[in-house]
Design a binder for this molecule. Structure first.
Ligand code: ADP
Ligand code: MG
Length: 685
């Protein structure tokens, strides 16, 4: 196709009827060549198949045929507006038909005429607001008509005429773009048939088959690129083949206070397979809150440390860094592993000493916030970096991390289950491991959705838990009162609850504006059960671990996303007791109500994340528009996700096969990878 003499690369002006002006207008639509035109796909189809009105939904677009059985009446109103109305007898129904602003139809449509009409059906008023009509019955030559995105004065009709001409003249030159094996495997239409069926479908079924082919093609090319990137990243990176001490590791695992779940064992196997290849690990570890990712991280880090390297664990908040440093130090007690904590509050002499020890290799494991990836931080021999709560780190930070030091292996952990579809698109170049099993004996958290008028009952419910020695979280959207938003704030709620429980229970107050020393002190008081209720903003969202807390009340819960609510809820239910989550919410719309309802129905983070994606759309899933989110012309990431998975598996297999890199059959695909900058010189070198 590089050859400019190729028929498909001829300018659109070779077509009859495409003059200079039209060519410019087509150019505005991105159509310059015959190929551009043929590949310009419709974004929807109008369905002109006859509809039985007893089955048509209110406001549905319908096509019916029948006979005119009242004299058409034309009324003018306003300055230029008109309405032509008559009754149409269609099957057993007599309905009213109205054409707006087409007064000339008065002369064309007469009593007793046979007519086919398309328009919007008003079920209540038994009325069709007509858009198009044809005289005579069975007169729609096309039952299924494509609608194209248009610009300027190019109409759908003229565009289709050009496309028809282009297909008639040039479609024999269309080359196939998918490998034969895949076409056969999935019984896909070939490119020529599929394009013809997209533009001129003879039936909805043929359009569906054509669409199926293009969905697969888009996903397959996308995944080919992702899998290509993955292979290049892996095989061209100089990773380390870690010679870890298997005996020490076995010892360590046996001394854990619990047996690992099967899911933990499986992901460890996947991680260890990476550690023992000479390639760099670039893996995403997904696991719901409480699924036990930390111990998996600890085992991987320990392996690397026994091989004589250092490890780093990077987390998004200081509290979390402190908790992790503490629990890892406890876990590694007696192993000789030295654990240090680096956050922005480690300053001055203490910091300089720590950095020096790190450089000398006297620290095995460094835990911290993104302070870890600053320039001044030098490791002696960094082998593995693990980041917790991956989604909080941007793409840029991910890159800095990968480039740090002597290119360490990287494991990204996230407790925000990312819907499969997004995981394999946004993180398509990564390997993904999933912990999809909870440690045994966990009781699902009971979740209730209540309104404010239940407040007294909730307070006594919380009190019953406190009486049994349990603890409670109370979450507010704001720190202090706002005159802009009518929502609860932590400072006021803290004052109220302190008063309510005065003399019986202690309430702590936590929010993001406190100094980290204060936060740490408050968290510690709560962890040690000196305070019994913790009123907080969402700073407790991530990772904080107080197993004795059994109830969480979330104010104005409709203000949080599903994934965030699930994260918050994950702060309770960490012990063996039954835990509760109470969502106080008064959502104003259906989506809001649906979100509260699904929270009460499932504890499964993956189910919630899929739902969140469905309700919010892929672009908003990460809270803001995520760059790097691919746009597909035909395919829909949410609804076509099965095809996306299939395409990924096929792309992966192909990229990993010898034949792909040698056979001339795959030359076009290799050229594509080259054009996309994934490989150079048509091969992996
Ligand atoms: P998360 O995946 O949310 O980071 P954690 O690693 O914090 O989960 O684990 C949550 C709790 O479950 C911790 O108290 C941890 O000690 C415990 N835990 C982890 N794995 C298991 C297991 N296999 N069996 C029992 N408890 C476990
Ligand atoms: Mg964790």
């Amino acid at each position: 196709m590089k050859n400019p003499d190729h028929p498909l690369l001829k300018p659109v002006s070779v077509l009859q009827g495409v003059g200079e002006e039209t060519a410019v207008q087509l150019g505005d639509m991105g159509i310059y060549t015959v190929s551009d035109l043929i590949n310009y796909l419709p974004y929807r189809y109008d369905d002109f198949r006859l509809k039985d009105l007893s089955e048509a939904a209110h406001e549905e677009r319908v096509t019916v045929e029948g006979s005119v059985h009242s004299e058409p009446a034309l009324q003018f109103y306003g300055r230029k507006k008109s309405r032509l109305t008559f009754r149409l007898l269609t099957g057993p129904h007599s309905v009213k038909v109205t054409f707006f602003n087409q007064p000339y139809l008065k002369k064309k449509v007469n009593l007793h005429d046979k007519l086919t009409v398309t328009g919007k059906w008003d079920r209540q008023r038994q009325l069709i607001t007509a858009q198009t009509y044809k005289l005579g019955e069975g007169s729609q030559e096309e039952l299924f008509a494509p609608v194209y995105p248009l610009k300027g004065s190019v109409t759908n009709k003229t565009l289709r005429k050009f496309i028809k001409q282009a297909l008639d003249l040039y479609s024999d030159s269309l080359a196939e773009t998918l490998p034969q094996t895949l076409m056969m495997k999935y019984k896909l239409l070939n490119r020529k048939e599929a394009l013809e069926a997209m533009h001129f479908p003879v039936s909805p079924e043929s359009m569906k088959q054509a669409r199926r082919r293009f969905v697969f093609e888009e996903f397959f090319y996308f995944q080919l690129k992702m899998q290509g990137l993955r292979k290049v990243e892996r095989e061209q990176s100089k990773g380390v083949h870690f010679q870890y001490d298997a005996d020490k590791l076995r010892d360590f695992t046996e001394k854990l206070p619990f047996p690992l779940t099967n899911a933990q064992k499986r992901v460890l196997k996947e991680i260890f397979a990476d550690l023992s290849t000479p390639f760099r690990m670039n893996r995403l570890l997904q696991g719901d809150v409480g699924s036990g990712k930390t111990v998996v991280a600890a085992i991987a880090l320990y392996a690397v440390i026994t091989a004589g390297y250092q490890g780093a664990l990077m987390v998004p908040t200081e509290i979390l860094a402190e908790q992790h440093a503490e629990s890892l130090a406890a876990l590694f007690d007696g192993t000789g592993v030295t654990v240090a904590l680096l956050t922005s509050s480690v300053k001055g002499k203490k910091r300089r000493l720590l950095l020096e020890q790190l450089k000398q290799g006297e620290i095995d494991l460094l835990v911290g916030t993104h302070a870890l990836i600053q320039d001044e931080v030098d490791f002696k021999k960094l082998g593995l970096v693990i980041t917790d709560e991956q989604h909080r780190f941007g793409v840029q930070q991910r890159r800095v991390l990968r480039e740090k030091g002597e290119s360490p292996d990287v494991l990204f952990m996230t407790a925000t289950p990312i819907p499969r579809t997004l995981a394999i698109t946004v993180f398509g170049e990564m390997d993904v491991s999933i912990i999809d099993e909870m440690p045994a004996g966990r009781k699902p958290i009971e979740t209730y959705w209540v309104k404010e008028n239940m407040m007294n009952r909730i307070l006594s419910f919380i009190e019953k838990e406190l009486e049994q020695g349990r603890q409670a979280y109370v979450i507010c959207p704001l720190i202090e009162e706002s005159d802009k938003l009518d929502v609860q704030n932590a400072i006021d709620v803290h004052a109220q609850l302190s008063q309510y429980y005065a003399g019986r229970y202690q309430a702590g107050l936590m929010h993001g504006r406190l100094h980290s020393d204060e936060k740490e002190a408050i968290m510690k008081q709560f962890a040690e059960n000196e305070t019994h209720i913790l009123i907080s903003t969402t700073v407790v969202e991530v990772g904080v671990n107080v197993p004795n807390a059994s109830v969480m009340l979330i104010y104005d819960a409709e203000r949080f996303g599903l994934s965030q609510l699930h994260q918050l809820r994950g702060r309770v239910g960490r012990g063996s007791d039954q835990s509760y989550c109470i969502l106080m919410a008064d959502p104003k719309n259906e989506v809001g109500k649906e979100r509260m309802k699904i929270m009460t129905e499932t504890n499964d983070g993956f189910v919630l994340s899929e739902k969140d994606l469905e309700l919010r759309g892929p672009g908003d899933f990460f809270g803001r528009k995520q760059s790097g989110m691919p746009e597909f012309r035909v395919a829909d990431m949410v609804h076509d996700y099965r095809a996306l998975e299939t395409a990924r598996d096929d792309a992966h297999q192909l990229i990993e096969s010898e034949i792909f890199w040698h056979s001339s059959d795959y030359e076009p695909l290799r050229s594509y990878l080259q054009a996309e900058g994934v490989i150079s010189g048509g091969k992996l070198d």
